[in-house]
Write a protein that binds this ligand. Structure first.
Ligand code: SF4
Ligand code: SF4
Length: 273
């Protein structure tokens, strides 16, 4: 609520009233898919030092902010604490969190979809930047203007807006975060392979009640890990902590450990279900 009120509404509105560019300091590409559009780059470049700072801030968040903060806190720093989509999911969507599909099939579809959107956003942005630097609208065999239009309509409006929130009562509260958000995919890749955040389990205490799996909004079958005493290092986990708080036996703990405390290679390989 704080980040959304201050960073998405108050600060941008104040900036606009001062004749400065509208800028949401917490919105990060590729979620903010229009960040590199020529209209926005030109607007920032035309606003002197402040505009350059905003451009640098946005780029620094992508290449430094995301990896460093995910390393220390996992993707929860963004998905659970900062992001407006996450905020909406945790408030308006919270009554539907148990509806997220926990099946292996859903997990496979999720990985395909979210990484496809990430690739789409990277290709679209590459085409946009190519057009910006060269002035040519054709990037290989596609028109970059058409590509950004398609991305904006199908992913930005259709998927993130209509499906992402309208389907809460059908697919749970994290439909967009789980299946579509390209930033979540980027955060998740770092969390999966280079983060100190994980959920540790004490398998011996688990009574297999299934509360943790039922209430996991990201569709993770937490019980499967708990029964085996395996720590949970899943790219989709947003670190909401609900699995831990609904566990009647105190099996699950959200922890940040140093690199030496990371899982061994065998555990990582076995930790794929
Ligand atoms: S913290 Fe637990 S409930 Fe929340 S997303 Fe991660 S596994 Fe699911
Ligand atoms: S909520 Fe706790 S006891 Fe129940 S299945 Fe999950 S880890 Fe096991």
């Amino acid at each position: 609520m704080f980040f959304q009120t201050c960073f998405a509404f108050l600060i941008p509105e104040i900036l606009v009233r001062l004749n400065k560019p509208y800028f949401d300091f917490k919105n990060i590409w590729p979620l903010d898919y229009s960040f590199f559009f020529d209209s926005r780059i030109n607007e920032l470049l035309a606003n002197g030092t402040l505009g350059l700072f905003m451009l640098g801030w946005g780029i620094a968040l992508i290449i430094l902010g995301v990896p460093v903060l995910v390393y220390f806190f996992g993707k929860r720093w963004y998905c659970s604490w900062v992001c407006g989509c996450g905020g909406l999911a945790e408030t308006l969507g919270d009554p539907y969190r148990q509806l997220s599909n926990k099946s292996l099939k859903a997990w496979k579809i999720e990985r395909w979809m979210i990484h496809s959107v990430l690739v789409f956003s990277v290709v679209m942005t590459a085409a946009v930047l190519y057009t910006y630097w060269t002035g040519a609208s054709w990037f290989f065999f596609v028109d970059s203007y058409k590509l950004r239009e398609v991305y904006g309509a199908w992913i930005g409006a259709g998927f993130a807006g209509v499906v992402g929130t309208g389907f809460y009562p059908v697919m749970g509260n994290r439909v967009w975060c789980r299946f579509g958000c390209p930033l979540a995919a980027y955060l998740g890749l770092i969390q999966r392979f280079k983060s100190r955040f994980r959920i540790t389990t004490n398998g011996g205490q688990c009574i297999s009640c299934g509360n943790c799996s039922t209430y996991c909004e990201m569709g993770i079958d937490v019980r499967w890990y708990a029964q085996r005493g395996q720590n949970i290092v899943r790219s989709s986990c947003v670190g909401c902590g609900i699995c831990s708080s609904v566990c009647p036996r105190g099996v699950l703990n959200l922890e940040v450990k140093n690199e030496k405390g990371r899982l061994g290679k065998e555990e990582l390989i076995g930790n794929t279900n």
